[in-house]
Design a protein around this ligand. Sequence first.
Ligand SMILES: *Cc1c(COP(=O)(O)O)cnc(C)c1O
Length: 360
Amino acid sequence: MTRLHNFGAGPGVLPLEVIEACKKNLEELGSSGLGLMETSHRSPVFQAIVDEADARLRRLLGIPDDYSVLFLQGGASLQFHMSALNLLDQGEHAEIIVTGTWSQKAYSEIGKLGGVRAIWDGAQEGFTRVPDHSEYSVSEDAAYIHYTSNNTIYGTQFHEMPDSRGRPMVVDASSDITGAHLDVSAHDVVYAGAQKNLGPSGVTVVILSPWALEKGREGLPSMLDYKVHESKGSLFNTPNTYGIFVLKEVLGWIERGGGVQAAISRNTAKASLLYDHLDSSDFWVPRALKSSRSVMNATWRISDHSLEPDFLEGAEERGLMGLKGHRSVGGIRASMYNALELSSVEALVAWMTEFESMHS
Ligand SMILES: *Cc1c(COP(=O)(O)O)cnc(C)c1O
């Protein structure tokens, strides 16, 4: 078996030991005599998996005891809508910091339900950075503030969380959860599709403060009601049992590796290696401004854009996969999620060095 270097943006790279655990448990879950995908979500053996995933996430992120953790379906894309449905009363409005495609989508989904106002919008600048506190203001009557902690497509990231001026705060942390610092207690809703930094697609982690849980209005469709999912411990209907198992395994792998702080150190080392190389010559043109660069997704161009297809083709020949920039922005993107090894970035930098010398 040859496992190539996976720089894909999502679903992203998984640790090999997680894949081994999946293989083993597919046939027989523990010593239950039944396979992982053939096990009832109502069984004690599956309940133990949900409980373990919950406990691991709480330990890793330091989630306050009175917060709820849900494992839902529908991706982060459903949470754009579902968070607003649960948090916005008639006549209320949310305020959004628009830093890329995903916050634009959140903006438009919230707008379908109620009021929404962009308090900062980086579109004019091509989404090359995130704002600092002085560049936006928050209304006293904002129901909540929404932001995207890491902009997967443009390659920018908040290195300090926004200042919501005391208003409730919602974050889409899909592409940096457990890979960057996150103060859960400063937020009321944290949501993340798991397929970027937590492993499997088909599971969405939603973390709710007591305020966010209580805010939900009456009469919502059950599947869209946080309170319903919370009261049933994420088992209101049949969850993605396989995905929750994979998530539990990924969280265990992060814990064994020293937790979030250790993951941040490794991610910082990987990103520094790449950015230092990008900064070393005008041949490469990083997209994001230095202060806003993402540790998870680096984006850049080759100064001569016409060389990009050759670069990407040569990369694939060397087993460096998934480096093509998002179709909406072009160029090159390297996603360096928790499970990507430093050796993969070293291999990428070696190819960049070779490619540059071939063309200068
Ligand atoms: C990928 C991504 C999404 C969309 O996630 P789905 O799970 O596909 O709905 C939303 N927000 C961010 C920041 C993402 O990276």
